[in-house]
Write a protein that binds this ligand. Structure first.
Ligand code: SF4
Length: 257
C-alpha cells in the first residue's frame, strides 16, 4: 500500500467516531503492514492490470511489439509475485487466461524522449460499482453532485470502503470514463488545479461522508478518503459524467525510462 493511502487511513482513524469503523481502519492498516513485511498482496484480488503509457514522441520502440512487451511484463509480474490470475479471455465463455493478460493499455503521445509507465491494478469489486451518465447541460453542477453521491450510496459496502472516488466530467462518453480512472492516479487528496473543481471535490467529499456507509459498509463517517475530479472540454449539447470507485486497496506505481 502506498504511503499516501496509509497516511489517509491514519487521518481517517483519528476522525472516525464509530468504534467498529475505527477497528476496521486499524485492521486495514495492520493488513497493509503484514503485506509489506511478508511481501504478499494486501488483497486476494490483485486486479486487472491497467497500464497508462506516456510515450515521448522522440522515443522509438525497437526490437519487438510494444504492447506484447507490456503483456509479457504483466505475465512475469503476476507469476513471480504469486498474484491471482483474475482475467477471463471472453466475457461469456469465461476461460481464465492463467497469467492475468491481456492488460488494458492506455497510450498517450507526449513531448520529449521519455517513456512513462503507470501500472494500476484494479480490483473487480470496486470496478463493478462504476457508473456513467450523459446529462443535459441544463442539469448543471447540482445534477452532477447528486449523481456522484447516489453512485457511492448505491455501491454501499461492495467496493470495500473507505474508497477513493474518481470522477470524470466532460469530453465524450469514453473520455469521461477514462478521466474518472485517471483521477484515481492522483496522490490521495491532492486537489484539482482548478479552484471551482477543487471546491466541488470538497463538497462531494463532505456529502459522501455523510452517507454513513463507513469502513467496509458497517457504518461510520469514513466512506471516502478522497474525491478526485478531472474535467475536459465537451460538446455544447453534452455533459458526460463518469464515476470510477477505487477500494482502499488502491495500488498504482510508475516508472520513467
Ligand atoms: S474491492 Fe478492493 S479490497 Fe475489495 S476485494 Fe476487490 S480489490 Fe480487494
Amino acid at each position: 500500500m502506498r504511503q499516501d493511502m496509509l497516511d489517509g487511513l491514519r487521518r481517517a482513524y483519528g476522525k472516525e467516531s464509530s468504534l467498529i469503523g475505527r477497528d476496521i481502519i486499524q485492521q486495514i492498516i495492520m493488513n497493509a503492514d503484514i503485506a509489506r513485511a511478508e511481501q504478499v498482496p494486501i488483497c486476494q484480488d490483485t486486479g486487472f492490470a491497467v497500464v497508462f503509457v506516456e510515450l515521448g514522441q522522440d522515443v522509438h520502440i525497437a526490437g519487438g511489439d510494444f504492447y506484447e512487451a507490456i503483456n509479457e511484463g504483466v505475465r512475469r509480474g503476476y507469476a513471480e509475485g504469486y498474484l491471482r490470475s483474475s482475467i477471463v479471455s471472453h466475457p461469456f465463455f469465461r476461460k481464465n487466461t492463467g497469467d492475468n493478460t491481456p492488460a488494458v493499455i492506455h497510450t498517450k503521445i507526449v513531448s520529449g524522449d521519455n517513456l512513462r509507465l503507470i501500472v494500476a491494478p484494479k480490483g473487480g469489486g470496486s470496478e463493478n460499482m462504476s457508473a456513467i451518465k450523459m446529462f443535459k447541460p441544463s442539469e448543471g453542477i447540482e445534477g452532477v453532485k447528486q449523481f456522484v453521491v447516489e453512485v457511492v450510496r448505491a455501491a454501499g459496502p461492495n467496493p470495500c470502503p473507505p474508497v477513493i472516488v474518481g470522477v470524470g466530467i466532460g469530453g465524450t462518453f469514453e473520455k469521461a470514463a477514462q478521466l474518472s480512472k485517471e483521477a484515481l492516479l492522483r496522490n490521495l487528496g491532492e486537489r484539482s488545479k482548478y479552484q471551482d473543481i477543487a471546491q466541488l471535490e470538497l463538497e462531494l467529499f463532505e456529502e459522501i461522508n455523510k452517507l454513513g456507509i463507513g469502513p467496509q459498509g458497517l457504518g461510520g463517517r469514513t466512506t471516502a478518503l478522497a474525491v478526485h475530479v478531472e474535467i475536459y472540454a465537451t460538446h455544447i449539447a453534452s455533459l458526460p459524467v463518469a464515476v470510477n470507485i477505487n477500494c482502499h486497496a488502491a495500488r498504482h506505481q510508475e516508472t520513467v525510462l
